[in-house]
Design a protein around this ligand. Structure first.
Ligand code: AIR
Length: 209
């Protein structure tokens, strides 16, 4: 079957990268894929979480950013470009990806589950972009695992991806611990303000912000 040249060229690029012998520090650690660019407003949470953890987005496989941890982003549709999904998932491990975050919306959100099956044993974290996508993302048969978050929770998907990477990287583990501590401090400070100001004054203060 003939394919549009742009599709063939992207597939060839990914396959060629899989055959290169790259230093793991120079390849993207996390691969973010989604079914459509219309998923970006939801999937942006994964980008934001990784940036919060000092990851940089790698936009050129041949020219990695200076930071140790990086991620890349592609649109890969399970139904419109199944051959691209297949190549991305098959090549991921050899391209140096350690964990994939895959998001899709609609009732047939098959990108996360199919990517998980093809990329196995690479871990795949599925993000149902909409509430109605949850069943199709998590409904995998026994023996074909996927890890998934609730609808729209792409920020948490990225934290889970970082947790997986952190098992091999103590400095990343420390960043996760520091973020968690900051979260706790935020809650306690809010708690004190609500208590010390009293409810009406607190609400007035936050409504002014
Ligand atoms: N989708 C794209 N290819 C296969 C699927 N399931 C999903 C996208 C998006 C929704 O279909 O993940 O959430 C609608 O895509 P679009 O491009 O029509 O906006």
């Amino acid at each position: 079957m003939t394919r549009p040249p742009q599709l063939q060229s992207l597939m060839d690029e990914l396959e060629a990268q899989a055959n290169e012998d790259r230093d793991p520090a120079e390849t993207p650690d996390v691969g973010i894929v989604m079914g459509s660019d219309s998923d970006l407003p939801v999937m942006r949470g994964a980008h934001d979480a990784l940036v919060d953890l000092d990851f940089a987005e790698q936009t050129d496989y041949d020219d990695p950013p200076g930071t140790r941890f990086t991620f890349e982003t592609y649109v890969v549709s399970a139904h419109r470009t199944p051959e691209l999904m297949d190549v991305y998932a098959r090549a991921a491990e050899d391209r140096g990806i350690e964990v994939i975050i895959a998001g899709a919306g609609g009732k047939s959100a098959d990108l996360p589950n199919m990517t998980a099956s093809i990329a196995y044993p690479l871990p795949v974290i599925g993000v149902p972009v909409q509430e109605k996508s949850v069943d199709s993302v998590i409904g995998m048969p026994t023996g074909a695992p996927i890890v998934a978050v609730d609808a729209g929770k792409s920020y948490n998907a990225a934290l889970s991806a970082a947790q997986i990477l952190a098992r091999q990287h103590p400095d990343l583990r420390q960043r996760l611990v520091d973020r968690h501590d900051a979260l706790k401090t935020d809650v306690v400070e809010t708690s004190r303000r609500v208590h010390d100001l009293g409810t009406p004054a607190y609400l007035e203060e936050t409504e002014e912000d």
